[in-house]
Write a protein that binds this ligand. Structure first.
Ligand SMILES: *Cc1c(COP(=O)(O)O)cnc(C)c1O
Length: 355
């Protein structure tokens, strides 16, 4: 079975909007896109009066290089959020299809599904916040078209073992597309699911420059998948998804210097994560600190809501994740600079309000 058989039939046969930039590249007299002939003020030579390249080859090649795939396997877009939205719209028919999520997990999978009118099937992680593959497979009804695996998982921090991803994807061949979200993959220091792409047509991997690459404000993410899936999504994507300044920032981040800097910062974050986890474990009132493979720590603390409010009043913002399934009384701390983490730790200790 072809993976495109899982796509909504009306999308499969869809004739995309054809933009001026797509129809003709190059040229020296550009009178085909109704742009302004003048650059905006203080443009710095960036040609912002021109529409951007929809998928700049230099960016696709840089992303393919960093993620170890071929250019045809990469779709670049506005963060992983855009890829999640495109996948949902391409694979889920409103009112009949469904997506599967392993909860507690990142909220955007369910939000995109609900916007599309697709049902959300939830499979709870176990008490250790690990995925039970048998429970997951048992929950995949014929309506389920997308199965999301967030690894490392936000907000619980654990990894889905790559052997489990391999086995689940094989078991779901011809039935569903497995979407592995590796937004925190750089911090996990383990093999990416993209190494399995050659083996499975029904696998897709989400990556982002928003976390380890320090570009949350630029909104650049990538979907890695079989070339036919990438080509299909390009057809339903808005014509100019990538702002010129964002592409430029991404290319700088992904060059040799940028890659070295990223690796150094990841190492610093991992060392700091270990230090903060240890300090949290020694903090009175903290009951549990979940092992994390990402750049954050989820921990359970007595009177979590009050503690959260106390920190917020001091201008120190943590995420209250108590509303997630199984995470009642939990807060999530993103690992920041040592002095920022120390400020949070100081306020978390009882009597911290006086500090
Ligand atoms: C932060 C995050 C993302 C990143 O989203 P972008 O749109 O790329 O900024 C994706 N998935 C998860 C699980 C995240 O936590």
């Amino acid at each position: 079975m072809n993976v495109l058989d899982l796509v909504r039939p009306e999308i499969r046969d869809f004739a995309p909007y054809s933009s001026a930039r797509m129809e003709a590249g190059g040229g020296t007299v550009l009178l085909n896109a109704n742009e302004s002939p003048w650059p905006p003020p203080q443009d710095g030579g960036h040609d912002l009066h021109r529409y951007p390249d929809p998928q700049p080859l230099a960016l696709l090649d840089a992303l393919a290089g960093v993620y170890g795939v071929r250019r045809e396997q990469v779709l670049a877009g506005r963060g992983s959020d855009e890829a999640i939205d495109l996948l949902t719209r391409a694979f889920c028919r409103a009112g009949c299809d469904a997506v599967l999520v392993a909860t507690p997990t990142f909220g955007m999978y369910a939000v995109s599904a609900r916007v599309q009118g697709a049902r959300v099937v939830e499979v709870p992680l176990d008490e250790a916040f690990a995925l039970d593959p048998r429970a997951l497979l048992a929950a995949v009804s014929p309506e389920v078209k997308l199965v999301y695996l967030c690894s490392p998982n936000n907000p619980s921090g654990g990894l889905v073992p790559i052997e489990m991803i391999d086995a689940l994807t094989r078991a779901l061949a011809g039935r569903a597309l497995v979407v592995v979200d590796e937004a925190y993959g750089e911090f996990a220091q383990s093999a990416s699911a993209s190494t399995l792409l050659q083996r499975h047509a029904n696998l897709a991997v989400l990556r982002t420059l928003s976390k380890a690459w320090a570009l949350a404000g630029a909104r650049v993410g990538a979907l890695l998948a079989a070339p036919e899936v990438i080509a299909l999504l390009r057809r339903i994507m808005p014509p100019y998804p990538l702002p010129t300044p964002s592409v430029r920032a991404a290319l700088r981040a992904l060059d040799a210097d940028g890659r070295a800097l990223m690796a150094k910062r990841v190492a610093a974050t991992l060392a700091e994560r270990a230090r903060v986890a240890e300090r949290l474990r020694q903090t009175p009132g903290v009951r549990r600190v979940l092992p994390s493979r990402a750049n954050f720590l989820a921990f359970q603390i007595d009177s979590a809501a009050a503690v959260h409010a106390r920190l917020t009043a001091q201008g120190v913002l943590l995420r209250d994740i108590g509303r997630y399934r199984g995470l009642s009384g939990f807060l999530r701390l993103s690992v920041g600079l040592p002095q920022e983490n120390d400020r949070a730790l100081e306020l978390l200790a009882p009597g911290g309000a006086a500090a």
